[in-house]
Write a protein that binds this ligand. Structure first.
Ligand SMILES: [Zn+2]
Length: 286
């Protein structure tokens, strides 16, 4: 799933290529692509795209007074669509722009979603209240804005849970997914299974610093690209690196598998050398 750095760099790319273009029409390609009834997409027709913003892992296509909020979920992508074929593979919705004298056949933007989950979608909301309307109203603060003190307050205010899961809960902090959670815990030298309310101010400061670094590094790489990276293309120290040596200490990167994701960690850096039970392996041993 694209996380904060990928979505942020993509928003910047789309702003550079599409700002100023006027929306001709919004075309849902499936019955589930548009999640809202009012305002109607038609209210943005003829209006110029001011910019593409980002909140958490959402893209915001701003045609004031109307904003389209796009969530890519797991396999969704918002592609520059030059061909505009009638039945694009995985097509969910298309933003078609008005031709101009300089560009008589402008590209569209096509929301696709591969796989069977069909959870990517578009919310059409008033620009002025976009951040306080669903789906953005329930998000925690953006991960790239959090200092140690604010993170300590957030950790203290929420029920205690494993920090890896806490970081991925978009209601707590917005923009972190499976990869960043692995990378942040490793950089902070904190166990992904540490309880969130036991980290204290020192733990919060370490997590906040690691979060800022991991996001900045991801952004620097992603900004060099012409299109959004796939998960395997993103540089990582522990994520997707089970069995490889830790780049910090040389110990072997370990994994704990869940149905939806894998937690990767370095025992020497993060758990005092302790190797945690890998529930996939132990399942086979039973
Ligand atoms: Zn290590």
């Amino acid at each position: 799933m694209p996380e904060l750095p990928e979505v942020q760099a993509h928003a910047e790319r789309l702003t550079a290529s599409f700002a100023g273009r006027r929306l001709q029409r919004f075309v849902p390609l499936t019955f589930t692509a548009l999640k809202t009834v009012a305002p109607r997409p038609d209210d943005a027709y003829g209006l110029p795209l001011e910019r593409v913003g980002r909140r958490g892992k959402y893209l915001l296509l701003e045609f004031p007074p109307v904003t389209f909020v796009v969530h890519l979920m797991q396999g969704g992508r918002l592609h520059v669509d030059a061909k505009q074929s009638a039945k694009p593979r995985g097509g969910q919705a298309r933003f078609v722009f008005e031709p101009t004298d300089d560009d008589p056949t402008p590209p569209a933007l096509l929301l696709t979603e591969q796989g069977s989950e069909r959870r990517a979608g578009v919310w059409c909301v008033p620009t002025g209240s976009a951040l306080t309307s669903p789906p953005l109203d329930s998000l925690g603060p953006d991960a790239d804005t959090l200092g140690g003190d604010e993170l300590a307050e957030l950790l203290a205010a929420a029920p205690s849970t494993r920090i890896h899961g806490w970081l991925r809960d978009q209601h707590r902090v917005a923009g972190v997914g499976r990869m960043l959670a692995n990378e942040i815990c490793h950089r902070a030298k904190i166990s992904p299974f540490a309880m969130s309310r036991k980290l204290g101010d020192g733990g919060a400061a370490a997590i906040a610093a690691a979060m800022a670094e991991a996001i900045a590094d991801g952004l620097a790489v992603e900004r060099e690209r012409e299109a959004m990276s796939s998960s395997k293309e993103r540089p990582s120290r522990v994520h997707h690196r089970t069995g490889e040596p830790c780049p910090v200490c040389g110990d072997t990167i370990r994994a704990v598998e869940y149905s939806s994701h894998t937690v990767n960690y370095c025992p020497t850096c993060q758990t005092g050398g302790k190797v945690l039970a890998d529930n996939t392996t132990s399942k086979f041993l039973k």
